[in-house]
Design a protein around this ligand. Sequence first.
Ligand code: 3PG
Length: 401
Amino acid sequence: KLIVSDLDVKGKKVLVRVDFNVPIKDGVIGDDNRIVAALPTIKYIIENGGKAILLSHLGRVKSDDDKKELSLKPVAERLSELLKKPVTFVPANEGKEVEDAVAKMQDGDVAVLENTRFQDIDNDFGKRESKNDPKLGEYWASLGDMYVNDAFGTAHRSHASNVGIAEAMKKDGKPVAAGFLMEKEIKFLGDAVANPVHPFVTILGGAKVSDKIDVITNLIPKSDHILIGGGMAYTFLAAQGHEIGKSLFEPDKVDLAKKLLQDADGKIVLPVDNVAATEFSNDAARKVVEDDIPENMMGLDIGPKTVAKFKDVLKDAKTVVWNGPMGAFEMSNFAEGTLEVGKALADLTDATTIIGGGDSTAAAKQLGIAPKITHISTGGGASLQYLEGKELPGIACISDK
Ligand code: 3PG
């Protein structure tokens, strides 16, 4: 696979698919992580005399009413601030306005086209972008000389603006390559996990077992230890015969949990104590319980003994992947377990530490430990599917095969 630095971008129109799907409320960007993460690729292109034409989706566009809130204009403005240079925002992604704007670009210029998912409602085809209308990919490919995919967060989707455009470019004999962010995500979530330096510890949390089954299955053979916390831990504890009170529970996953425990052959480490509360509220009466959780209570965080146990496993780790919070960490009284796991990762100075998923990333930010983590993924669904060992269409389309 080529990467952007393999391309001769000088004087070239470079179509770049980025994932600028950032949280925006009333035109204000909540978290610009994904924009910042795309900067190395954009800077490389413009500093080497290329013209960067950026494509991205934003949110899910279902009707005309969504268009105001889901315009990429504020993103283009934020990008301009970050690059400290003008960025042209084109309020369309197809037609004369786009072609004129591209024709006007000088070497080193940056343009952001409007939300690719506006194509999901603006036509007779149906969802042209999300259903990958080949004509749309061909059209976008026709705007440039080469294509760079830096949208790892979108790599689990097979849409016109990532897969369609790459295929059309290849058909035209034009080069396609990965951006630097895409390359970094592949290096850590892909390669480091496929061939980890041992001991390799996987930490999984979040509400549901069903969301993580394929990740567990894929990582059991590769991991030395799998630490499980969060809501999903209670189905595992129930499978072991513990009373879990009113905790989150997926009865139809008990047999599967039993099987996973068996397959893992002692590698799965479950909570030995929990912070339990009478209801799902930060103000609820709470206490640390060992063994069984009383009938009228629910487990909302891992307890101090579990934290100590997890830390003990982590201290020798050479590779760690963490996905999902250890409890209801959005409530301060149940955040400790998640925050302590984050701190333990930050303390591992000679291990490769990888965080994926929105909640664990938010916890890392809240703790201010992001600079001490080797890699924090920009992918949500994409990082999960990658950890499941699946081939992602947005990566396959820029591979040589
Ligand atoms: C994400 O945020 O996970 C990606 O940008 C993909 O967005 P989607 O789930 O709306 O396709």
